[in-house]
Write a protein that binds this ligand. Structure first.
Ligand code: SF4
Length: 182
């Protein structure tokens, strides 16, 4: 089985990659995250994935799509915005997997307790059916803290917000409120 691993960022990739290695899965990574804002953050996360892949010696493809408009338009409505964000990314990953001879795909989004896990699973299953692929499901969440610790030890950049412009604004707001209360 050839598996395509969608990678949302370096730190989230650490634990899932350790599991795939342990299980002897033949995999390649794909960075496709047009949601990440601002552009320098997009580049930083992308390069960080490259650094990690180099350390672990696996191959990664990159899609340079960067598009903020749709995320901004959906604004504060987290449910619709995240649904769209996962749908766009998962569908593209499954399409890429199909077009490039992979049998299965999965995503590092499944490691984070902060993501909408059940929704990611549901959308991935739909995409797998649409493209005639296997969705390689693993609940990586029990390894999240361990993965973050390994990422720290490897010196990987660990971002403080999910990715889109709205999550960026929310984190900036929180940062300013914390500063004020000191
Ligand atoms: S909060 Fe995260 S998952 Fe939701 S839209 Fe923003 S980047 Fe995507």
């Amino acid at each position: 089985m050839r598996l395509l691993l969608h990678i949302c960022c370096g730190p989230c990739a650490v634990y899932p990659v350790s599991v795939l290695e342990e299980e002897g899965v033949d995999f390649e990574g794909l960075f496709y995250n047009p949601n990440i804002h601002p552009y320098d953050e997009f580049v930083r996360r992308k390069e960080n994935v490259g650094e990690f892949a180099k350390i672990k010696n696996f191959s990664v493809k990159y899609m340079d799509d960067f598009s903020q408009d749709i995320w901004e338009k959906l604004g504060e409505d987290n449910e619709n915005r995240c649904n769209m964000c996962y749908t766009v990314r998962i569908d593209k990953v499954a399409q890429f997997a199909k077009e490039n001879g992979f049998d299965a795909f999965t995503t590092t989004l499944l490691v984070s307790p902060y993501q909408k896990h059940e929704l990611i699973v549901e959308l991935s299953e739909k995409a797998a059916q649409k493209y005639g692929l296997t969705f390689y499901y693993k609940d990586f969440r029990p390894g999240f803290r361990q993965g973050q610790q390994w990422a720290k030890e490897l010196g990987l950049y660990r971002q403080k917000y999910c990715g889109c412009i709205i999550s960026y604004r929310e984190s900036e707001k929180l940062k300013n409120e914390r500063k004020k209360s000191k």
